[in-house]
Design a protein around this ligand. Structure first.
Ligand SMILES: *Cc1c(COP(=O)(O)O)cnc(C)c1O
Length: 510
């Protein structure tokens, strides 16, 4: 056995991994990567079909990001953000704010506002990964809401009223305790319920398995042929109204826009986001958008310009407005959140770095005389790390180039075409694509939608078979994720999808 494999088996505990299974075989040890290809210590090559767990954007060893990091390394790798500023992080904060506000005006026109644009995301709090980006938003929203209560109702009742959060069924927002509290994946979260504060959940759209969807199975994405009356949106409304009657309206709605990732790659029908956001706003709740997965161009060019209006009567399809290279999922439906949480792709998949963007209004609530102690008492050692910021700046510059927009648009189309081929398999129940992300839900029989039981490990078996065919990805239960880096060629996409089709055939039928 390779010596690194041996060391790994002896000492490393892997995340989200049943280590007993892990120890039964020799792990793939990655030695290098270039573009969409990973190479292991034996010299075998694999396609990185999930962008190294959704982080990589432009491919491995990208010359522009490599150069940016090397250049920064020639100056300094890290100095603290506690008490000190630095060059790349300050520039990055400005660029993120710029990129995040391309839809602010459109959203504000829906509710009158002054020229000072209260919906603008103005301030950037850096941290290290997706979970911490959410922790920051959560703590800020919590404290902001308490302070608002305090202003209107006096100290006593502000203590009595704990701000409450509403998030979506199946939600995943990270693994630190606060982020876990916002999540609703029983399998991951149940065991820690004693550690968590309580949050409420509301039905999330999941058209393929929606009890309100009256359409029988078809060979197309369930979202497109669904028959419903937007009951899922009705549920959101019910939640907000019920909470209002308890005289403790929700502080915030927390959501992944357009597609819930770890929930099982579950896309929202067009217009859901807009309606849910409007409802939350109408009830005075803040919007916390978790774009840890969906951010930085992943949602591609689907539908919509900023001012697009959708209504319950509009069931999608039909006229598509011109391409608009939105970097963030919220922008597709003109939704401007109060908190935008970014991580995974922020550095192009190179280094752990995260950002929580928020508004001037939230920021101002933490201003005061030193001894009022209104300070946001939160921070991490590597906050605003220079190497990470340098990588992020290089990545962002590429994302905003016309060449990158073009490549993403082409890749999105190729992926769509190739995924079409999967419908011929009786074990493919739903194929869900939003931009450059796709989930393929495996079932025993497409005509009954009968799922594989978890102990059958259908998703794991298929991914193991894909690895033998030189394609790496990880399943979410029975859902196979395809999320190629933006540099993936047409031939490579074809190989990814062909490996998936073959593997379904052999692992589930053969
Ligand atoms: C991955 C992920 C997180 C957590 O990010 P980490 O960097 O793994 O802590 C949070 N939210 C979403 C939507 C994610 O996909």
């Amino acid at each position: 056995m390779n010596k690194f494999a041996q060391l790994d088996r002896q000492f490393v505990w892997h995340p989200f991994t049943q280590m007993r299974d892990w120890l039964q075989s020799e792990p793939i040890v990655i030695a290098e990567g270039k573009g969409a290809v990973l190479r292991d210590v034996q010299g075998r090559e694999y396609l990185d079909a999930n962008s190294s767990i959704w982080t990589n954007l432009h491919g491995h060893q990208h010359p522009k990001i490599d150069t940016a990091i090397r250049r920064q390394l020639g100056k300094i790798a890290h100095s603290s953000a506690l008490g000190l500023a630095n060059e790349p992080a300050s520039v990055l904060a400005g660029k993120l704010v710029e990129a995040a506000n391309s839809c602010a005006e459109a959203d504000e026109s829906r509710t009158p506002s002054s020229a000072s644009s209260p919906r603008r995301l103005q301030k950037v709090f850096f941290s290290d990964d997706g979970s911490t980006a959410l922790e920051v938003a959560l703590k800020l929203a919590y404290e902001f809401t308490r302070r608002q209560h305090g202003k209107t109702a006096g100290q006593a009742s502000s203590r009595a009223r704990q701000p409450k959060f509403l998030s979506l069924e199946g939600a995943y927002h990270g693994d630190t305790v606060g982020a876990v509290a916002l999540g609703h994946i029983d399998l991951f979260h149940r065991g820690y319920s004693g550690l968590l504060f309580r949050t409420d959940k509301v039905m999330a759209p999941y058209c393929y398995r929606c009890p309100f969807n009256r359409a029988g199975p078809e060979r197309a994405e369930a979202r497109e042929y669904r028959k419903c009356r937007w009951e899922c949106i009705g549920k959101v409304e019910q939640r907000f109204s019920a909470q209002k009657k308890k005289r403790n309206p929700y502080a915030a709605l927390v959501f992944e826009p357009l597609m819930q990732g770890a929930a099982g790659m579950i896309p929202q029908p067009q217009g859901w986001l807009r309606q849910a956001a409007d409802m939350a706003r109408a009830h005075g709740a803040l919007l916390i958008a978790d774009e840890v997965m969906t951010g930085f161009g992943r949602t591609g060019f689907v539908a919509a310009t900023c001012d697009r209006r959708t209504s319950p009567g509009d069931s999608g399809g039909g006229h598509r407005p011109p391409l608009q290279p939105n970097l963030f999922a919220c922008q597709h439906e003109g939704v401007q959140p109060d908190f935008l949480c970014l991580a995974k792709g922020l550095t192009g998949g190179y280094l752990p770095m995260a950002a929580t963007l928020t508004t001037q209004n939230i920021f101002d609530a933490f201003l005061g005389k030193y001894d009022e102690f209104k300070t946001f008492f939160h921070g991490h050692s590597y906050t605003a790390n220079q190497l990470g910021a340098a990588a992020a700046l290089a990545s962002l510059e590429m994302l905003q180039s016309p060449e990158s927009a073009h490549a993403r648009s082409a890749l999105e189309k190729t992926l769509r075409q190739e995924l079409e081929t999967l419908w011929s398999s009786p074990n493919v129940g739903d194929v869900r694509q939003v931009g450059l992300m796709a989930g393929v839900e495996l079932v025993k029989d497409w005509q009954t939608r009968e799922p594989f039981a978890l102990p059958e490990r259908a998703g794991i078996r298929v991914c193991e078979a894909m690895a033998r065919r030189g394609v790496l990805t990880r399943p979410i239960g029975n859902v196979i994720v395809l999320m190629p880096p933006y540099c993936t060629t047409r031939t490579q996409v074809r190989r990814m999808v062909a490996a998936l089709a073959d593997s379904v055939e052999t692992a589930l039928r053969g």
